[in-house]
Design a protein around this ligand. Structure first.
Ligand code: WT7
Length: 663
């Protein structure tokens, strides 16, 4: 690889700085450098400029109500509807422009595009159908769907009738679906018969049905037929409580449903994410604050304009797709692309051929994908005209300077700024990144906090650390896109995100600090480099997985006595799952057990959680008090120096494990 030499990497880590490319800055949505100072002085009123990007049925009384921290409220008493903001408001001027450009897999002719008028019509019809099925305001509707147009249609239909959605990533297991439907008491599921992966049809309904069998209450299910147009069929029969999506929409042809008036603080959706315990966390996002945040950040950071063809290559099953495929782009009236397949099918130039064909103007993707592109080589993008691109973005994990530089050169032709955006499911949208027309870029550092976002890097006591020192990332002031609570669990909300650095007895917002569980450092210019999670959560290909969840899946496998799971460095995925397993007496750590462990993890969570390596060991390194030394297991996975292990209860085990990992 041309840029692949270690010298370049070394030079880049010495902080090379790139100015915003001139080709970009002239037309950027946000270009006044005073915005940082202005937002600081005018906080929290500065966030009116985010709310102003939306259409409100009636305006709010107060920008921020911080009388009961950490239960902040934004744009209080404002009324709006998210579906009206994404659709109805664009009809007059942009009704015939494309809202969603969907690229399917595998059949090229199967591509579908929806103008704003068409999307509006289908969302209305499906909203009417959902109502008839009994979905009422505040009923939580679960969606277990891959990247097909009916997913955003269903989300917007729910938003229209004031029913919060809870999207479960299609790659998650049946068990994960059941857990989430039970936790939310969700009585409605929208899913599909199957979808395509690398040209082959996959059965999805079978998995959905298996999940439904584990749901403790009655449910109604809507099933989208994705496969039969291509002549594929798994022979599913719908049961009495299952409805065909196309039939429902046809029955409601031409129906119009007035968007339900929602309060700014009403829930727009729930999104379950992994935490340190086995039970996933139901992150609650609201209609006014979240939508303002997704929209403002898409406008200011991704520079989305109505005339763009904007491409975010994430999956809508994660927060990135919610904020930056669906809500942010559609409120801004742009054309948002949706790609069903993988980047390497039918060939490794798939994304570049899509960008070329549709003249995409932005690409927002994950470092794990960029590292794969880099490995495949620059000949794939070189065979395509990527000159339509104006801006590049990354999200999900730190991007190493070498991958950054490759992206900048081979995809952006040194003419596109790169925004390295740090945020989380809980923050609703971007928090730390450069404003692309204003700030220089430093490969490897996400950038300064966005204007109006108060991030500090602190030590264990909450004191700001000096430039260059590693510390913990904290957010010192609330922001409109923040989660409001964990669904039905205010106590866990406080414990998980606030307790570490807040005076939880106080009702002074100054005493409340949000802790996202990331380590970070900051330089003299205020640029933040995110160092990774500091809790028992690992980040595989930009997806968050709880080690406890994986451990409990492994311990559930017959023959396993104990397991410890850690994240180890991985060239492509960023981190990979390493499982250290003690077998039960009478069982051997053999290939059969290894396979059953992998199958057990896939069944409980999904293939993304599949262990990279399963290491059988007679014991795990423990402290004298019996705590598993995970740090040490991480170091072993990474092949790092271990330092002093003599304080362990069982130091002799370490070499044993090391030998196995290396062998
Ligand atoms: C965690 C959040 C944000 C949507 C996708 C993931 C890590 C995210 C970056 C970045 C370094 C990053 C953090 C964060 N992360 N973006 N630009 N640089 N790390 O959402 O599943 O909620 O995971 O992803 O560790 O806490 P998520």
């Amino acid at each position: 690889m041309t840029d692949g030499d270690g010298q370049l990497e070394a030079r880049l880590t010495e902080q090379e700085v790139f100015e915003p490319p001139e080709a970009f800055t002239a037309g950027a949505n946000v270009s006044d450098p005073d915005i940082y100072e202005k937002f600081e002085e005018e906080w929290p009123a500065c966030w009116e400029s985010a709310a102003d990007l939306l259409e409100w049925e009636s305006t709010y009384d107060q920008v921020l109500d911080d009388s009961n921290p950490p239960f902040y409220e934004w744009f209080t008493d404002g009324k709006l509807n998210a579906s009206a903001n994404c659709l109805d408001r664009h009809l007059d001027e942009r009704g015939d422009e494309v809202a969603i450009e969907w690229i399917g897999e595998p059949v090229e002719e199967a591509n579908r595009s929806f103008t704003y008028a068409e999307l509006h019509r289908e969302v209305n019809e499906f909203a009417a159908a959902l109502r008839e099925l009994g979905v009422g305001e505040d009923d939580i509707v679960t969606m277990y769907m891959p990247m097909i147009p009916e997913l955003p249609i269903a989300m917007l239909a729910c938003a229209r009738i004031g029913a919060p959605h809870s999207v479960v990533f299609a790659g998650f297991s049946a068990e994960a679906l059941a857990t989430r439907m039970n936790a939310a008491d969700s009585e409605y599921l929208i899913t599909c018969d199957g979808y395509y992966r690398r040209g082959d049809p996959l059965d999805h309904l079978d998995k959905a049905n298996e999940g439904l069998a584990g749901v403790e209450h009655d449910t109604s299910t809507v099933v989208v037929d994705r496969l039969s147009d291509n002549g594929d069929d798994f022979g599913h029969e719908l049961t009495d409580d299952q409805y065909d999506y196309a039939d429902l929409v046809e029955d409601h042809a031409g129906a119009e449903v007035d968007p339900v008036t929602r309060d700014a603080e009403d829930m727009l959706f729930l999104m379950y994410t992994s935490g340190t315990t086995g039970q996933p966390k139901g992150v609650k996002h609201t209609t006014g604050g979240y939508l303002s945040w997704a929209t403002w950040t898409a406008h200011a950071v991704l520079d989305v304009k109505p005339e763009d063809t904007y491409f975010c290559a994430a999956d809508i099953g994660w927060i990135t797709g919610h904020s930056y495929i669906v809500y942010g782009p559609l409120t801004l009236g742009t054309t948002t692309m949706m790609y069903e397949g993988t980047p390497d099918y039918p060939d490794r130039d798939r994304l570049w051929s899509i960008i070329d064909e549709y003249d995409a103007t932005q690409l927002y993707t994950a470092p794990t994908a960029i590292r794969a592109f880099m490995k495949w080589g620059s000949s794939f993008p070189e065979n395509h005209d990527l000159s339509s691109l104006r801006l590049l973005g990354t999200v999900g994990e730190p991007i190493n300077p070498r991958a950054w530089k490759w992206y900048y050169t081979h995809i952006g032709n040194e003419e596109c700024p790169i925004v390295d955006t740090w945020w989380q499911t809980e923050t609703g949208g971007m928090m730390v990144t450069t404003l692309p027309a204003i700030k220089d870029m430093k490969p490897g550092a996400a950038g300064p906090p966005l204007p109006g976002v108060d991030v500090q890097i602190v030590d264990a006591l909450g004191e700001e650390v000096e430039a260059g020192q590693a510390g913990y990332l904290t957010v010192q002031k609330p922001w409109p896109g923040m989660l409001r609570t964990l669904y039905r669990n205010d106590e866990r909300y406080i414990q998980e995100y606030w307790a570490e650095y807040s005076d939880t007895e106080s009702d002074d917002p100054e005493d409340w600090v949000y802790f996202p569980e990331d380590g970070a450092k900051i330089d003299e210019d205020g640029y933040i480099t995110v160092l990774g999670r500091v809790d028992d959560v690992i980040n595989v290909s930009g997806h968050r997985l709880g080690t406890m969840e994986i451990e409990s899946a492994i311990v559930g496998v017959e023959g396993v006595a104990e397991a410890a799971v850690v994240g180890g460095d991985h060239d492509l995925k960023g981190e990979a799952v390493y499982a250290y397993v003690i077998t039960e007496d009478g069982y051997d750590g053999d290939e059969g057990l290894r396979e059953r462990i992998i199958a057990g993890v896939e069944e409980a969570i999904g293939p993304i959680a599949r262990p990279e390596q399963v290491v059988f060991t007679p014991d795990l390194p423990k402290t004298r008090s019996g705590k598993i030394m995970r740090r040490l297991l991480e170091n072993i996975a990474d092949g790092d120096e271990l330092g002093n292990t003599s304080t362990l209860r069982n130091p002799e085990i370490v070499e044993d494990i090391q030998r196995q990992v290396q062998g």
